[in-house]
Write a protein that binds this ligand. Structure first.
Ligand SMILES: *Cc1c(COP(=O)(O)O)cnc(C)c1O
Length: 352
């Protein structure tokens, strides 16, 4: 029976992508070799990585003064790497603390230099996005997490970039879900396993202006080395990049960002409406800051909770349990999750 996969990550991928990916393991591009056993320097793979880059550029309208990288180490390595490359000894970075991932990012940056928490939602359990954030002149860059995967909050407008203040964003869980203006950011990073592909690669989109701010870094942690070597300084995660390319191709074929944004708006709206109309579910996030990717809610009545769990199991809904740090439920509505799956969940909510 088809499973309705609401998992937060690694998460659902389009069925046709999985089919193509599985075929490539036996016979890639009809060359009688597996994608897993060809050289990353072969033309066959160079075509893959170049195509993946081009899809990122096309889908997000990336200007030509930016570079696209496919790295390893996950978003978690980017917490450290972005600070290592950007933060100078005599400067201060401003971090917006909106959840566990933001906090991990700022703790890593503190190992590099001065960090100031310029806004936080921690005192209310990370249930909202801080507003009217004051960015003082001494801040050299601002870091924020665009979508808080665990708490279900999302920035619907972003801190402004200025001549003296760069913007760095962890977009792991909402990249490619909606339109963004790349020129408003200097570094965007995202672990692939939420909305791009399988775990194993991390997409980095970087303004060439911020390369070489700090120099003489360890090669693997130096963005400029990876830009010079076109993400091939060492063996890249070939399969993860290939499947990411297939997912981006799927996204382009289905109508690109404009189309998926409408679909995502619709999916999240019908689920939030069902939550608000029910008398036993309670949304976790402040309404104005609700995430369109991760919908978090709780059920206080134990009897209802038991019935809800049973119904979810009966209807093959998986991955809906909340993160261990917040409890409750979390329905993740990433790009590949079809509206039919949302409707199955909404029908359960309405039936109880
Ligand atoms: C999942 C997630 C991470 C962690 O990503 P890794 O690739 O596992 O390091 C970081 N930030 C956000 C917003 C996430 O959703």
């Amino acid at each position: 029976m088809t499973k309705h996969n609401f998992g937060a990550g690694p998460c659902i991928l389009p069925k046709e992508v999985l089919k193509l990916a599985s075929e490539s393991i036996i016979n890639f591009n009809e060359i009688d070799l597996s994608i897993l056993e060809i050289s990353h320097r072969s033309q066959d793979f160079i075509n893959v990585i170049e195509k993946a880059k081009k899809l990122v550029i096309d889908l997000l309208n990336v200007p030509n003064n930016y570079s696209i990288l496919f790295l390893q180490g996950g978003a978690s390595l980017q917490f450290f790497m972005s600070a290592l490359n950007l933060l100078k000894k005599d400067q201060t970075a401003g971090y917006i603390n909106t959840g566990s991932w933001s906090k991990k990012a700022l703790l890593e940056a503190k190992k590099i230099g001065n960090v100031e928490i310029i806004a936080s939602s921690e005192e209310k359990g990370f249930s909202f996005i801080p507003r009217n954030i004051n960015i003082s002149d001494k801040i050299s860059y601002v870091h924020f997490t665009s979508n808080n995967t665990i708490y279900g909050t999302q920035f619907h407008s972003y801190p402004k970039r200025s001549k003296n203040c760069f913007i760095v964003s962890d977009m792991s869980s909402d990249i490619f879900s909606k339109k963004i203006n790349i020129s408003d950011f200097d570094i965007i990073y995202a672990g692939a396993q939420k909305n791009i592909g399988p775990a194993g690669t991390t997409l980095v989109i970087i303004n060439n202006e911020v390369l070489n701010i700090n120099s003489n870094l360890p090669s693997m942690l130096d963005y400029s080395v990876h830009v010079d070597k076109s993400s091939m300084f060492n063996t890249p995660p070939v399969f993860s990049i290939y499947v990411s390319m297939l997912t981006l191709q799927w996204l382009k074929k289905m109508g690109g960002i404009n189309k998926i944004e409408k679909i995502n708006d619709n999916k999240s709206r019908i689920l939030y409406d069902a939550i608000d109309e029910s008398n036993y579910l309670k949304g976790y996030a402040n309404k104005a800051d609700r995430s369109k990717m991760n919908v978090t809610f709780t059920i206080e009545n134990d009897n209802k909770k038991k019935k809800f769990d049973e119904m979810c199991q009966h209807k093959s809904i998986v991955g809906i349990k909340g993160h261990r740090s917040v409890g409750g439920y979390r329905a993740s509505l990433y790009n590949a999750l079809e509206i039919d799956s949302v409707n199955v969940l909404v029908d359960i909510i309405k039936s109880l």
